[in-house]
Design a protein around this ligand. Structure first.
Ligand SMILES: [Zn+2]
Length: 198
């Protein structure tokens, strides 16, 4: 396994190189033709791919610099507190509602034991149901990115009913381009989700 050619990620990267142009850019993929893709194909330029970086740099933040840790101390943002996990919401969102299922401590999903896995599954199901039940929600999507913070966060995002451009995996890209909803409206939905999770 010390043979560099046997490193699966190195094999993967070598194979991809043949697909790139002289500047290291891949051609646009089929996603650019999706009905729900947020951008017109004309004028889109993929970024060039650089060299692999191994070992990868540590991107985690200390708890003192962690936005999730800070949110856990703000009662208005906390929707539910469980044994190992909690459900919180960001300070603002452009979507009808966003909730994050997070660890109560500054840990990753990798750090959960089996009881933690069970609680995570239960809270994903319950939060999904609570957000789906809000008026005006067409669908609810789940992601796990941890926001580069080193803090477990499974994100639960509501799509507005009937706004078909926002369907599917590009929902957070659309959300990034749109204005935040009024805080009072967001707070009212938070109360409904909090009640459903109690
Ligand atoms: Zn944290």
């Amino acid at each position: 396994m010390n043979d560099r050619a046997a490193d699966p990620a190195d094999v993967w990267r070598g194979r991809v190189q043949d697909h790139l142009d002289a500047a290291g850019r891949p051609p646009l993929g089929g996603m650019a033709d999706w009905e729900v893709f947020p951008f017109e194909r004309d004028g889109l330029t993929p970024k060039a791919m650089g060299e692999r970086v191994v070992p990868e740099p540590d991107r985690s933040r200390d708890a003192a610099d962690c936005r999730t840790c800070r949110s856990l101390t703000v009662p208005a943002q906390v929707l539910h507190t469980g044994d190992r996990l909690a459900v919180i919401r960001p300070g603002g969102t452009s979507l009808p509602f966003v909730a994050n299922i997070v660890a109560r401590q500054h840990v990753l999903i990798d750090d959960l034991d089996d009881d933690g896995h069970a609680e995570l599954g239960r809270l994903i199901g319950r939060t999904y149901a609570a957000v789906s039940a809000l008026d005006g929600v067409g669908n609810v999507h789940l992601t796990k990115w941890e926001n580069g913070s080193g803090h477990l966060s499974v994100n639960v995002m509501a799509r507005p009913l009937g706004v078909l451009e926002l369907r599917g995996s590009n929902l957070p890209v659309w959300a990034d381009m749109l204005p935040d909803i009024p805080q009072a409206e967001y707070d009212e939905r938070a109360e409904a989700v909090r009640a459903a999770l109690s």
